[in-house]
Design a protein around this ligand. Structure first.
Ligand SMILES: NC(=O)c1ccc[n+]([C@@H]2O[C@H](COP(=O)([O-])OP(=O)(O)OC[C@H]3O[C@@H](n4cnc5c(N)ncnc54)[C@H](O)[C@@H]3O)[C@@H](O)[C@H]2O)c1
Length: 447
């Protein structure tokens, strides 16, 4: 019993610093865990944590820590200057990005454009920006990066135009509609020495950062399997123009799959092989509520069942569907490991319930508080991270390599559904670097 608890808690509390609000949250976490396991844990976890923190100074971790301190001191000279960003695509989701621009000063969205000038003008007057045509924005020397929030079929053409114009680009998901187009964007960016970033950035939220930390720390042992369910009845009851969700590049897999697959890659690493089946319930969707009376032609499959084999060895069952009216509280994501089970929050959100069942100790799920920042809707944090990464010369987290791998996984799922065969995923990517739990509001780097 002592070994189990001692082994778990130092890893769990590995990098905590003695700042007061964090400690308050930590204390809650430890007490909650203790309630679900045994009282002994409370007493075991304290020496474990102190011992490790002392150990860090002397042992190999100390060098890493000192190196980071040196980095921080060195970077103190550089002043934070927000990168000037031009927005293309002033629709539904642009509002969230513009609102969160107030939290993250690494980027400054100052000009905007849309195929529909009235859409650009509406956002410009709401957020104090300058509205212009797409061509004018791309030719504007003040703009260093383009935020591409157009609908999926325009993602690649707008990304390519932005890169051709010498600007970094960050786009909404999906990265592209096929591998060839995704590759074209990556190659152009590389040849021009420019950055490509892509949503989703929800995995940078506190909930998913905490799960990453727990799994990396070995809390549930080796992840053997898991499930991921995104099942609903589509977006035609609330989105003002939902047609694109039923065209190529939409559907539950390309629309919602990026959240789930990216969240899983963040925690588990890349996917090696997939198999899948897919179908659609109808060729014509009837609009509901705000779209009552309208119909939308369906060009893609709206129910996709897939099995993903990760390079780590984990098998994950993923179902994405726009053909389910209701289900009985199936989890968004759950991971099953050799030492326990972890309930992971909705990957379309930045926070949510994290629950743990520790094998041999728990009698039921126990809630876990997360110690990370960014638990509200922080869409745009990935763009801010890319701008910070450019300034500091580090890798950005929502990077093209990750987005391309996620695209490759989705294309492989479609290939497998079509051929009825297992499909190897040719690409791989590194897990994005975790965020540091000591970050202060609006920051993505310790500096
Ligand atoms: N709406 C959401 O809640 C949401 C959430 C997360 C991600 N997204 C993603 O964000 C993207 C946009 O979604 P949305 O809901 O804002 O769509 P939307 O239809 O509301 O807005 C898209 C805007 O882009 C413009 N546009 C399209 N092609 C263009 C082009 N080539 N050049 C310039 N402007 C162009 C359209 O005129 C429109 O104003 C999609 O990829 C979607 O998957 C949406």
């Amino acid at each position: 019993m002592w070994d189990v608890m001692y082994g778990m808690s130092p890893r769990f509390f590995f990098t905590h610093t003695p700042d007061v609000p964090l400690h308050t949250r930590l204390f809650r976490t430890r007490v909650r865990l203790a309630i679900s396991f045994t009282r002994l844990h409370v007493w075991c976890s304290i020496p474990g944590r102190i011992g490790l923190r002392h150990g860090m100074c002397a042992a190999s971790g100390g060098a890493r820590w000192c190196g980071r301190l040196a980095d921080i001191c060195g970077n103190k000279q550089k002043k934070a200057v927000g990168m000037k960003v031009g927005l293309i695509g002033c629709g539904n989701i642009s509002r969230a990005y513009l609102l969160n621009g107030k939290v993250f000063k690494q980027s400054s969205i100052c000009k905007c454009a849309d195929l529909k000038m009235e859409a650009a003008q509406a956002r410009a007057s709401e957020f104090g920006m300058e509205a212009m045509s797409v061509d004018q924005l791309l030719a504007d020397d003040e703009i260093e990066a383009v935020l591409n929030l157009t609908t999926p079929e325009s993602h690649v053409s707008v990304n390519m135009a932005a890169l051709e114009a010498g600007k970094h680009v960050y786009c909404e998901k999906p990265f592209a509609l096929n591998r060839e187009d995704g590759r074209k964007v990556m190659q152009l960016a590389e040849s021009k020495g420019l950055r490509v970033g892509c949503a989703p950035d929800t995995f940078l939220g506190g909930g998913h950062q905490m799960c990453r930390k727990l799994v990396s720390g070995g809390l549930i042992g080796k992840v053997v399997s898991g499930v991921a369910f995104m099942m609903c009845h589509g977006h035609e009851s609330w989105h003002p123009a939902p047609g694109f969700y039923y065209r190529n590049g939409g559907g539950p897999l390309f629309d919602m799959g990026p959240y789930y697959i990216t969240a899983l890659v963040n925690i588990l690493g890349p996917v090696k092989r997939v198999c899948a089946m897919s179908t659609r319930s109808t060729d014509l969707r009837a609009g509901l509520k705000v779209n009552a009376g309208k119909t939308f032609p369906v060009e893609i499959d709206t129910h996709v069942t897939a099995l993903l084999e990760f390079s780590s060895g984990a098998f994950i069952t993923l179902i994405t569907s726009f053909d389910v009216w209701k289900h009985s509280n199936l989890p968004n994501i759950e991971l099953y490991g050799t030492d326990g089970s972890l309930h992971v929050p909705d990957p379309n959100c930045f926070n949510g319930q994290i629950s743990l069942f520790k094998g041999g100790l728990s009698s039921d799920w126990a809630p876990i508080d997360n110690v990370f920042r960014y638990n509200d809707n922080m869409r745009g944090i990935g763009l801010a991270d890319m701008c910070d990464a450019i300034r500091l010369g580090r890798r950005h987290r929502c990077c093209g390599e990750l987005a391309f791998h996620v695209l490759d996984v989705m294309c492989s799922i479609c290939d497998s559904a079509e051929t009825g065969c297992f499909t190897d995923v040719a690409s791989a990517c590194e897990q994005p670097a975790p965020l540091d739990e000591r970050l202060t509001e609006g920051k993505l780097d310790l500096e």
